[in-house]
Design a protein around this ligand. Sequence first.
Ligand SMILES: *Cc1c(COP(=O)(O)O)cnc(C)c1O
Length: 491
Amino acid sequence: MKYISTRGCDDGSDAARAILRGLAPDGGLFVPSEIPAFTESELELLKTCSYESAATLVFKKYLVGFSDEEIACCVHSAYGSGAFEDCDVIDITTCGNGTKILELWHGPTCAFKDVALQALPTLLVQSAKKCGERDKIAVLVATSGDTGKAALEGFRDVPGTSVTVLYPKDGVGELQRRQMVTQRGENVRVIAVRGNFDDAQSAVKRVFSDAHIASSLETRGVKLSSANSINWGRLLPQIVYYALASERLSAAGERVDFAVPTGNFGNILAAYYAKRMGAPVGTLICASNANNVLTDFIESGVYDRNRPFYKTLSPSMDILVSSNLERLLFELSGRDCSAVSGFMRSLSDSGRYNVGETLSGAVRELFYAGCCSDTRTRETIKRVWREHGYLADPHTATALAVREDFARERGYKTAVVASTASAFKFPAAVYSALFGGHELSLMDDYDALQQLSCHTELSIPSPLRSLGSLPTLHCEECSPDELSTLLAETL
Ligand SMILES: *Cc1c(COP(=O)(O)O)cnc(C)c1O
């Protein structure tokens, strides 16, 4: 098995090179040259095995060229050394009429991105070693919230790496900001960029293409890298929980439907790969918020980002370009890389593309799509709490709502809703949905955290509990224009 680009480039990259590079040389995304299948006995094993065993099984299928020891080391450091509150990494609970909840947020930052970002640092260091790269890896991340903290926790004190996170000074929640500026570790750095997320993101992109920085880094033996969700090393760890959960929940070989709150299309795409490998995964239910570009695409075959951008209660899904969709188009078009290149060229030229009837039909055969307004998100949080005693965060609530639409249209049967964050990560929004009017959404997040815990009699997850009293360790700040100069000498 090698890794090829969705846009046609085949330079013989193996898994290590694909992970180290992140993006393929032609701008496409790396995909495995063939999708491996589970054997009958492996599927049987998944019903009962531990999370670590399942991860080992899935990693081995894709990381050709990695030794058993390397994979064991990666899996153990990510999932077996106490980073996750529950040693099984995931938790599956029930929430009324055939709805199961797959909780993916028991890691150090209380959001699902931990599952991948606890594994990526080791994968990256091992990949660099295999490629004969002796440079130190400097990871640079722009974040609008969840990714930054998860990357800091993942790369913290990993030898041979450093991590620098840039967040928009005016663009992250107070709890999210506290999570970052209190980060411990010898190799971590957090910088506030004056401006919004786009300013921070553009500043990071300029750093990546800055020739002066590149040569300065080269002379110092540093290689710049990103922890972006298009890296194969971030997608791979997510396949594990779909394979595991579908096997554990499938009764008599029946397929299990999954509803996933979706932004960049990474999480739901991992479910597609698990299905292709032979796991009993049924319909993939793609939930969006008011930024419903994916809903329209799945229903019509037309992807069109020319529309207003909304800031919603589920900020990690506020996205108009879902990068990982490119991998799905590649697979469902029969791996037609010239068609995929055409769609992506059209997207960058005009902001839209039309995949045509055949491909659109293939998408609809696998996916169901729906979107959920903030009002409905709040109602869903309240209803699910009142009727089932389940406390959902705003992202999870969008998937619960769209799963209801799906069941009403196609009949009720067991479905799994992916829960991507702890409700305590968005306490003001959740508290006001449960107990108050709109004015409460302006309440202070620390107050909301205590009040939410008090009124629901649920305890605050430990990574969020002590945030108010931890010392601030990072207070660097710069304007977008200053960033390149600031980083040139200090990365
Ligand atoms: C990142 C994120 C999502 C979206 O996941 P994608 O892989 O980008 O589709 C959903 N919910 C939460 C809480 C997230 O942090």
